[in-house]
Design a protein around this ligand. Structure first.
Ligand SMILES: [Zn+2]
Ligand SMILES: [Zn+2]
Length: 318
């Protein structure tokens, strides 16, 4: 068995385990498996975007850089066992992610590359995959370039990629879990689900990905001991956000109002393409559902710049 086969098998077991755990002990009861945005997250973000960006990052960014420069002399960790190398890159990259994530929440420009991640109102094991393409390119280049360019053991890349996926699923999973004292070291849904809640108190808190210790050490932890609540307004963004993958990326470049764009024929055609295809597929499969497209008058209003509605976060009344 190759290493890739082993990491893939572990990952599949992990997915099955977390899905079962979500059903047995949910953090928010009644969250459907096929929740809102499930197919966008699975098809566009998890499968297509990951596949395309993997090629972009490894073949078109890291490989040319590696071709031109050799930093192998800095590889002080080369004699270390693989486990120690993995741990070294895990901790150093996690600290970088913490700092960059914190910056994304405080910079208006960088927020545009991160808001997609916060747009889901129903957070589960798959929700972590929703990340703007540019955010992935930046973070994964900074993650994998040093491993390859400094000449770490080749096993470090697939092992680290597997751990990324496992932690990503775990911290977003809709599971009720208490880590006890381990919560000071490892991140968990207990802290990260709060990071996806729509409350003023947590917009600048719980930035950690794998190790919660960064939040504890740097004073950004928010752990009130109760849950955000089950209403849609308790979760996600405090402003309307497109539901389509490409419109989400366009929205990060230029704010627009979907409703006013519907007066253009080309936009209406694109906007209704996916619902119409689903409608046709359902009709062909004989499971027609009456209402699949939103009539223009029901399309939600897309505002404006985040800072304008800065005061619209919820505040917790305790
Ligand atoms: Zn965030
Ligand atoms: Zn998240």
């Amino acid at each position: 068995m190759t290493l890739i086969q082993i990491t893939t098998t572990i990952l599949i077991c992990c997915i099955i385990f977390i899905i079962a755990w979500e059903r047995i002990s949910p953090y928010r009861k009644g969250l459907p498996f096929f929740r809102e945005g499930f197919w966008i997250d699975l098809v566009w973000y998890t499968l297509i975007q990951s596949f395309v960006l993997k090629i972009v990052i490894f073949d078109y960014i890291i490989a040319p850089v590696q071709h031109h420069i050799s930093w192998q002399g800095f590889a002080f960790f080369k004699e270390w066992p693989v486990a120690a190398q993995v741990l070294f890159f895990l901790v150093t990259h996690d600290l970088y992610i913490y700092l960059f994530h914190r910056l994304q929440h405080s910079s208006k420009i960088l927020w545009r590359t991160h808001e997609a991640h916060h747009s889901g109102k129903e957070v589960d094991f798959l929700a972590g995959s929703r990340s703007h393409a540019l955010e992935i390119i930046i973070n994964q280049t900074i993650e994998f370039a040093p491993i390859i360019i400094l000449g770490a053991d080749p096993a470090v890349v697939p092992i680290k990629a597997m751990l990324d996926a496992m932690f990503g699923m775990f911290i977003h999973a809709n599971i009720n879990v208490k880590l006890g004292r381990l919560k000071y070291i490892f991140n968990s849904p207990e802290l990260h689900l709060w990071h996806h809640a729509n409350y003023r108190e947590v917009f600048h808190a719980n930035f950690s990905t794998k190790f919660a210790m960064w939040d504890y050490l740097l004073g950004t932890v928010y752990d009130p001991g109760h849950k955000p609540g089950n209403e849609p307004e308790n979760w996600g963004l405090y402003y309307d956000y497109p539901k389509d993958y490409f419109l989400q990326h366009a929205f990060s470049v230029k704010r627009f109002d979907e409703k006013s764009l519907l007066r253009y024929k080309w936009f209406r055609y694109y906007y209704e393409l996916r619902p119409n295809l689903i409608k046709k597929a359902r009709r062909l499969a004989g499971v027609e559902k009456k209402e699949n497209t939103l009539p223009p008058e029901q399309v939600r209003r897309i505002p404006i710049e985040p800072e304008v509605v800065e005061n619209e976060y919820q505040t917790i009344n305790t």
